[in-house]
Structures are given as C-alpha cells and as structure tokens.
Design a protein around this ligand. Structure first.
Ligand SMILES: Cc1ncc(COP(=O)(O)O)c(C=O)c1O
Length: 368
C-alpha cells in the first residue's frame, strides 16, 4: 500500500520521498486544482463540512440543486441527481428500473459495483464474454421472452478497454432491451464534449441507454450522478432506497463538482491533449514488446503471465521514484498487471522517465 503524505497530483510525497505518480484516476489533473480547492473552502465556510442527513428526509441544499443543474447542462439532459458515491449509482439505477427488466446480462469483467447492484429479487443473471457482442446476441436469442437489461463498464478501469457499444447496442435493441453503461472512467474523457462512451460512439440522446457516472475521477471531486429525463430523476428521488436512506453528498464536495464542470467547459482541449499523450505512451510501451491494450484511453496496463513479474516491475519503478501500482483489485483477479494512469498534468519529462525505466527493466528481464 502506498502511504500518501500529500495531495494527489503528478507528483506525490510518500514517507518523505517525492515520487512521479502514475496511479489513481486524476486524468485531468483536477484533484488538486487551486480553483476547485478555493471553491471547496468557500463552501466549507458557508455550509460546514457535512449535510449530516439524507436529502429525502431533511431537505436539499441549494448547492446540490446548482450542481444538478450544471450536470444536466453538461450532459444535455433534462435533469441530473447526485448522491454520495459513484459506487451507489448502479444500485440506484437497477433499483428504479426494476419494473422494466426481468433478466440482467452483465459483462463478465464488470466492475464490483455492478455486481453489488444486482437486486436480490432478480433471479435471471447471465454473464456474457467480455466485450463480446456476438456472445451477448446468442444469450439474448436463447432467452427470448425476458425483458433484458444489459450492463457494462464504458471504459474498463484496469485495462483501459472501451466497451464496443457500437456492436453491443444494436444487439440490445434488437432484443428490445435497455443498456446501462457504468461510465465512471469515461466522464469528462470520451466523446466530442466529454459526455462519455455513448457520445464516443455517437449514441447520445437515446432513451434506452443510461449512464451511471462519478465526479471522483476525471472531474477531480467526489460523488455519483445519473442524468436523464425528469421522469427518471423523479423516480430516483421518490423510489430509490439507496438515494433516500443515505447521507447527501457533502456541500463542499458539491462545490468542487460545480467548479470542475466550469473548468471542463472552458478547457475542451484538456482531454484531447490527455488522449494524445496517452496514445503516444501506449504505442511506445507496446513498441518495447510489453503486452498492453489498444485503446485511446488514459489507462495503460502492462500485462504479464505471472504476478511476480508485474510486482517486480512495479517495485523497480517505485525504487526509481515512479509509482505505477501492481493491481490487486476485486475485479479480474486472473490478470497480472501494473496499471499506468496518465494525467494531462504529467510533464514530458515524467513520461520520458517512465519510458526509460520501462526500457531498462525490459532489458534486464527480457524473457517477460
Ligand atoms: C467502473 C467503476 N464504477 C464505479 C466506481 C465507483 O466510483 P466511486 O469511486 O466514485 O464511488 C469505480 C471506481 O473505482 C469504477 O472503476
């Protein structure tokens, strides 16, 4: 475990040592942004730290409504609902859509929050092969009569793969289903305006696609949200036990969300610059003979056939002042990988240092 004694940025301090930091999900470098910090401090002065109650029982702060308005605008939707964490989003959505599906079709490498969200009364739960639209089609074909809901990550958090919604969605619709995309890692990153994976595939504005999203990654803040029609957001506010019975997003964190959306809107070039550098880094890493994935995302895995090698590489990097952690995560436990997460705030020098170290390690461990 990495002990952090500083804020998360392109460098961190751990146990008195400064490291170049390629971990986490601070893709747009906003987690320590001075403008966001100032907005949070102002909100602490005004609202205190915590709402200390559920919005449903106790009332909503004006700043929650302001954030929801800003999110709805960003997403081009009628409305948005915010709640305490991105992890809750899948539970909330599967809870309120409950009357509209009888069988769940889940990507076999789906995030832990998707698995945790399966309602207890759903007996039809079927896993399709990872990112495999043909397999999904076969499974849907053989379960005719069920009302399907298909759920997948948008960008997969360990491998940076993008779910092929261009192939998945037509299959879903052919079987009159609903598609839910957990876009935790794609919000602010993918698509012409950063709306996520559906926008990347030109699928915005479709009523049968829902996204669950978070402000904790590219947006640099915290808290989950779902945007959509007023009918959907009302359903969440009126029917979701998860929403109604959990403490609201702390107001200072709502202020962070508002500030980061403003920065995102004013700096559309940030994500383009990030994706360009990420592509360069990925190509260089693949060019050295490492196994990685082939997507334009800021998550670059380095995959091995045995965990010792992945651990060894991560340790070597750490000893040389670079953090890119070995992944021990509750998803895809069969994978042995380190995960390099690029941020737009990384400098050319940091990227070169990382590449040099990867080259050195490869030379010393050629059999990998
Ligand atoms: C795919 C995915 N969904 C949901 C979440 C949960 O989001 P949050 O950490 O903002 O609660 C994560 C976080 O790691 C994630 O990777």
């Amino acid at each position: 475990m990495i002990l952090l004694n500083s804020q998360v940025g392109n460098y961190i301090i751990s146990n008195g040592r400064r490291y170049s930091y390629f971990a986490g999900n601070n893709y747009l470098g906003l987690a320590g942004d001075e403008r966001i910090k100032a907005a949070v401090i102002r909100a602490v002065e005004k609202y205190g730290v915590n709402f200390s109650a559920s919005r449903h029982t106790t009332g909503t702060a004006d700043i929650h409504l302001e954030l929801e308005k800003a999110l709805a605008y960003f997403k081009g939707k009628d409305d948005a609902v915010v709640f305490a964490s991105g992890y809750q989003g899948n539970s909330i959505l599967l809870e309120v859509l409950r009357g509209r599906y009888s069988t769940l079709f889940i990507d076999q490498s789906a995030h832990a929050s998707i698995l945790a969200a399966i309602p207890s009364d759903v007996t039809g739960v079927i896993f399709y092969n990872h990112c495999d639209a043909d397999h999904l089609d076969q499974l849907l074909e053989s379960s005719t009569g069920s009302d399907p809901l298909v759920i997948t990550d948008g960008i997969f958090p360990l491998t940076g793969e993008i779910a092929p919604l261009d192939r998945i969605y037509p299959v879903v619709r052919r079987h009159h289903g609903i598609l839910v995309v957990d876009d935790a890692h794609a919000t602010g990153i993918l698509g012409d305006t950063g709306k996520g994976t559906p926008e990347y595939f030109g699928l915005t504005g479709d009523e049968n696609i829902h996204q669950t999203e978070t402000m904790s990654k590219a947006l640099g803040g915290y808290g989950g949200f779902i945007s959509g029609s007023r009918a959907l957001t009302s359903l969440i506010r009126e029917r979701s036990a998860t929403y109604q019975a959990s403490t609201a997003l702390p107001p200072p964190i709502a202020a962070a969300g508002i500030a980061s959306l403003r920065i995102l809107g004013e700096n559309p070039g940030l994500r383009l610059q990030l994706l360009e550098t990420a592509w360069y880094l990925r190509k260089e890493i693949a060019g050295m003979g490492y196994r990685t994935t082939d997507y334009r995302t800021p998550i670059i895995p380095v995959i091995f056939d045995a965990s010792e090698k992945a651990r060894g590489l991560s340790l070597f990097l750490e000893q040389n002042g670079v953090i890119a952690p070995f992944m021990n995560y509750p998803v895809r436990k069969e994978m042995h990988q380190i995960r390099i997460a690029l941020s737009v705030s990384h400098t050319e020098e940091q990227v070169s240092q990382l590449l040099d170290l990867l080259k050195k390690w490869k030379k010393k461990n050629e059999s990998s």
